[in-house]
Design a protein around this ligand. Sequence first.
Ligand code: SF4
Length: 237
Amino acid sequence: MTFQDIKSELNHRDALAGLLWISEQIGRDARFSTSMGMEDQLITHWIGRQQMNIDIFTLDTGRLFQETYDLIDLTQKKYNIRIQSYFPNTGAVERLVNEKGTNSFYESVENRKECCHIRKIEPLKRALSNTKVWITGLRADQSKNRSEMELVEWDDQFKIIKYNPLLHWSLEMVEAFIKENNVPVNALHKKGFPSIGCAPCTRAIHPGEDIRAGRWWWEASAKECGLHTDKADSVVR
Ligand code: SF4
């Protein structure tokens, strides 16, 4: 099935119907990446409850919050599913930490990009190898970069078809679904963390701040880790 075939099938289906179609037609050649955010939990809820034939994986950078690990455990038990963890290459992390220190990402943008590359991008490449469709929980109004994404698009960085079923959902729609269906979410959301990544690189936001203002807050413009942009000059925006 070509990119155009998949795109035309998914473009006229709503999020749940699209995921069901992928489960039936693409199966294990599709993989869903979760960072355990609210949108990801909504998709995981559907995959678990409908017993979809779709693999779920997460990137364990080794620097996640304890609350995130707790949520991984809870979610696997609640839905009786396996969320496969991908870790960074041991040698690469050892080299990074031994040469530059434990928290080198605070010292320069280059160091931060290097850490994100080792702990996120390289493991993601491994997770997506031999995969035809990459499913994400991205929403358009999370950031400017994401507002330019399409429901089904070609991701040039990872050379893969990317499906963003919740792209046009609002935060309010996601929150209402979560509440109505009793979907487990990260305990940090109630403490002012709308967007949660690695512990040393995420802070709570202040009232009125952008929802991604707590990510890499010490850098003026970096709000993406490089996983969801195909622009060569902005690998870690
Ligand atoms: S978010 Fe921070 S700790 Fe996590 S991989 Fe990127 S720089 Fe490293």
